[in-house]
Each structure stands twice: as C-alpha cells, then as structure tokens.
Ligand binder design. Structure first.
Ligand code: SF4
Length: 213
C-alpha cells in the first residue's frame, strides 16, 4: 500500500498501536456466549451500559442460550434497558439465544464464510456484529471493521466500505486469530483514548497530516 510516497504495511500500524497501548486481551467476557450477547447489546450504546446489562443478566442466570431464549420478555427488557432500544434488543437477543441453543455445535465446525452468511441472516446481526461473534466467540479469523477503524484508516488516506477495508486487512495480514483479535482491540482502544479525545497532537501514526510510521 503506497501512502505519502512510501510503502506502509498494516502490520506497522499494529506494531505502533501495540507499542503505545500494550496488549489488550479482548474480548472482556467469561464465556463465548457472553461475547455473543455483548456484541448485540453494544450496538448504538457505550460499553459501560453493556457491562451493566451483562451484570444484570448474570445476576438472573440468563447468560446461557437456553435460559435467555426462554426468559420472560418484560424481565429481559428491564435488565437490558440501560443499553437503549431495549425492546428491539430483547427480541433480537431471544432470537439469537434460541439460534445458538439449537446450532452452537454446528456453528463451531462451519467454514468461516458459511458461518458469516448464516449469522447475517439473523435479525439485528449486521457485518460488525457477525464478525465480532466469529472472531471473539467462535475463535475464527475474520477481521472486524468499526467506526474507529474507518476513522484511523481515513486519517492514513485509506477509505472504503466495510468489505473493502476488511479485505485489505485479510489480504495483508497472516490469518491468525490472536493477531486479528488484538489488532481490532488496539484500534478501538486507540480510538477511545486518542481520536475521540482529539489527542491528534500525540498521535503515534500521524503528525502534521503525515504518517510517521
Ligand atoms: S489521533 Fe487524530 S490524527 Fe491520529 S488517527 Fe486519531 S483522529 Fe487521526
């Protein structure tokens, strides 16, 4: 990839982010199904609201596919109310839980592309949610793109839709689950700590509009 007159590799961005922030060890969850629930609840809300909802679900022993699928809808809505759009999310969570209850073992053995197509059929599961589930819950290599990825790559002069950006990462990086997990986590953490707080003067990737990698 030619940027500002010389070759920049995505692995160089990774190394700079890693040097700045250290290892992230994502996703913060006790079980794969907790990742699935978190991936859906995090849509259009902050992570601390998701943490609160997850804690509520844990207290009511609902972080398990069968229990969540058969949970009382009114109770579930109250437990996840803090994440916003709680009626819609409760319905979608029950649907997702029921799906995982029936097919979890089969999903684990599916090729990544088939698995992705399956997840994208489910109500409320878009590309970012599906890829987060594949990478962090099912432990298969699928690079997750989010708003921070677009923002950071945009600053480096790399634009494109979800699929185009994902293909760049997947064609350039070794398909290693640990690196994919860590790279996305670093991007999100960097986005929170630097981009959102407008700490562009301290940016480890760009200075005065030019890449410093
Ligand atoms: S800190 Fe600023 S310059 Fe650096 S990637 Fe984020 S938005 Fe861009």
């Amino acid at each position: 990839m030619e940027i500002f007159g010389y070759k920049m590799r995505l692995i160089d961005i990774y190394e700079h982010l890693f040097e700045a922030l250290g290892r992230q060890d994502w996703w913060p969850a006790d079980t794969p199904f907790e990742v699935v629930v978190g991936a859906l609840l995090t849509q259009q809300t902050r992570w601390n609201n998701v943490e609160q909802a997850i804690s509520n679900l844990k207290e009511h022993s609902l972080l398990e596919p069968e229990a969540l699928a058969s949970a009382d809808t009114d109770t579930l809505e109250e437990l996840i109310r803090c994440t916003g759009f709680y009626r819609q999310k409760a319905r979608r969570l029950k649907n997702l839980a029921s799906y995982f209850y029936r097919y979890e073992d089969a999903l684990m053995d599916m090729p990544v592309d088939e698995l992705r197509r399956e997840l994208l059929q489910l109500d409320g599961v878009g590309e970012e949610t599906a890829d987060s589930i594949i990478l962090y819950a099912i432990d298969k290599p699928k690079f997750v793109i989010d708003a921070y990825t677009r923002r950071i790559l945009g600053c480096l002069g790399i634009d494109g839709n979800y699929r185009m950006l994902q293909q760049r990462f997947e064609s350039e990086l070794v398909h290693d689950v640990d690196i994919f997990k860590e790279y996305h986590a670093l991007i999100v953490e960097y986005g929170k700590q630097y981009c959102t707080r407008h700490r562009c003067e301290d940016c480890v990737l760009i200075k005065n509009g030019k890449t410093i990698i």
